[in-house]
Design a protein around this ligand. Structure first.
Ligand code: GLN
Length: 538
């Protein structure tokens, strides 16, 4: 196996994850098999317990791992399906070292940062290598910025690892910022020089430097960076601000032939230049769509760019598929409580209620679902959004007074959404969650089955604690709610829909974690198609 390590310098938010993912795209399009992973220096064992304000979305993998949102980019930009082995945090590393110490596995030695903690990190690298014998290139992004104290152990571990596997098998890529000083009209290279100097102090000489620039990277600056950072001039690569969509990133990095540089550096022999036509066509459809729809996303962390990242991306994928620009209106659910649905989302073509926890804004979301149902506006409820649709239907169609989820009202007379018996009394956060991929049965004749091309089984990723209460199933069905899918193992409700509505679907799982640029998720695709239909009728 060959290894690429992607570090970041100068500032955070440079698009390091996108740069790493784009390299994955390019290498895959050269016919190489790639696997991507992230090392995060923070002490949380995983981001599952972090607020979206801290961390943006929690991205869930098939095996139920709650991971950094960069893993979402990796899965969207490459064909790899990742596992919990592909997101390592300092929290996991220390947890494992301390457990070993308690079990006496260090045989009486003093347990130290070096070698014990660094060994732990390296052993993870070796394990991933063993687990993936068919992978040509393992791309690892190191979270944080070089120079941060908390990243030091990871950097040291990688330095040692490169020696162990042979330097010729390792390519270090450093992503840095070239700030543009407007008043001087100049791009500055000094921060890059200093950040690379820092990396070299830690024993790592980058092979390739990716320069994030607002302007272009001229030959003088390229030469300067090459000279002072001790790399060849061709290995200084520009990574410009893309104009329209993040899916342009691989195309931008391709301009300086980064994939070629990597292949040469790693001695990967002759691989054809990447066949990017499909990717380019997708990007063109994103940039120049024929149609436009407006979709309201009514949530709780709406002001945060990253809180519903995979949902926004999935809407883009579905939009491109229908040659449609999806204009997303982010709506604070509480605003609907204050001003009413008509005033806030009266003129949209579709309403999406995403996942969420806690009761802030739920009544606003219920109003949004009601408005969508009554006005026949396409509605797509994801996880909490499905539970909201169920509550709304129970209250306003079945007349079940005060129907609610016990998450929001423990004493509700009509708990249409509740915990399963066996979950009650478990207090450890996360322990009661249904997490990861789960097989469900699709019922023929439903709209959902139609959208999934009438397969009988689907596999979707979950992250929730509460469930549709089966005690109410019959009553809701009699009133017209259709259950289109249940989990194969225990018959839990997975998808609900309203047949008399142009598109009214709620999914207990998170379809947004399995949508890809050229393979939009069928439910997203159906939703955008219905919104498009509505926009044509207006
Ligand atoms: N809060 C709900 C639950 O725990 C929904 C979770 C979600 O939307 N991800 O079941």
């Amino acid at each position: 196996m060959k290894y690429i390590f992607v570090t970041g310098g100068v500032v955070s938010s440079l698009g390091k994850g996108l740069a790493a993912a784009s390299i994955g795209t390019l290498l895959e399009h050269r016919g190489l098999s790639t696997l991507m992973q992230k090392f995060d220096p923070y002490l949380n064992v995983d981001p599952g317990t972090m607020s979206p304000y801290q961390h943006g979305e929690v991205y869930v993998l098939d095996d139920g791992a709650e991971t950094d949102l960069d893993l979402g980019h990796y899965e969207r930009f490459t064909s790899g399906v990742l596992s919990r082995m592909n997101n390592l945090t300092s929290g996991q590393v220390f947890d494992s070292v301390i457990k070993k110490e308690r079990r006496g596995e260090y045989l009486g030695k003093t347990v130290q940062f070096i070698p014990h903690v660094t060994d732990e990190i390296k052993s993870r690298m070796h394990q991933v290598t063993l687990d993936n014998p068919k992978t040509d290139v393992l791309i690892t992004e190191i979270g944080g910025t070089v120079g941060d104290m908390e990243g030091l152990l990871f950097i040291e571990a990688l330095r040692q690892f490169a020696l162990e596997v042979g330097k010729e098998n390792v390519c270090f890529i450093h992503v840095t910022l070239l700030p543009y000083i407007r008043a001087a009209g100049e791009v500055k290279t000094k921060p890059t020089q200093q950040s690379v100097a820092k990396l070299r102090e830690l024993g790592i000489q980058p092979d390739i430097i990716i320069c994030r620039t607002e302007a272009d990277l001229d030959e003088d600056n390229r030469k300067k960076i090459a000279m002072f950072c001790n790399v060849e001039r061709k290995n200084v690569v520009a990574f410009r601000d893309v104009a329209h969509t993040i899916y342009e990133c691989p195309l931008d990095l391709r301009r300086d032939k980064i994939d070629r540089l990597v292949v040469d550096r790693l001695g990967l022999g002759h691989t054809p230049s990447p066949a990017l036509e499909d990717w380019e066509r997708f990007v063109q459809r994103v940039i120049h769509p024929k149609n436009k729809v407006t979709i309201a996303v009514a949530g709780k962390y709406i002001e945060l760019q990253d809180a519903y990242k995979s949902i926004y991306e999935s809407l883009i994928h579905a939009g491109a598929h229908h040659d449609t620009k999806v204009h997303i209106v982010r709506v604070e659910a509480e605003a609907i409580e204050d001003h009413g649905a008509k005033a806030v989302i009266g003129d949209v073509d579709g309403i999406l209620v995403p996942g969420g926890f806690g009761d802030r804004g739920t009544e606003g979301k219920i109003l949004a679902a009601k408005y969508a149902r009554e006005q026949k506006i396409p509605y797509f409820g994801i996880c909490l959004g499905m539970q909201i649709a169920t509550i709304e239907f129970a209250r306003n169609v079945c007349g079940l007074k005060g129907a609610n989820s016990t998450e929001f009202d423990k004493l509700t007379k009509n708990p249409v959404i509740c915990l399963q018996e066996e979950q009650k009394g478990i207090e450890d956060m996360g322990a009661t969650m249904r997490l990861g991929s789960c097989e469900s049965i699709l019922f023929t004749g439903t709209k959902a089955a139609d959208l999934y091309d009438n397969v009988d089984r689907i596999h979707e990723r979950h992250r929730h604690r509460y469930e549709f209460n089966s005690d109410y199933q019959e009553r809701l069905q009699e009133a017209g709610l259709v259950i289109s899918s249940v989990s194969a193992e225990d018959g839990l409700v997975e998808i609900i829909e309203l047949p008399e509505h142009p598109f009214y679907i709620g999914a207990q799982f998170h379809p947004e974690f399995q949508s890809k640029p050229n393979h939009p998720h069928p439910l997203f695709s159906g939703f955008v198609a219905a919104a498009l239909e509505r926009s044509h009728q207006k």
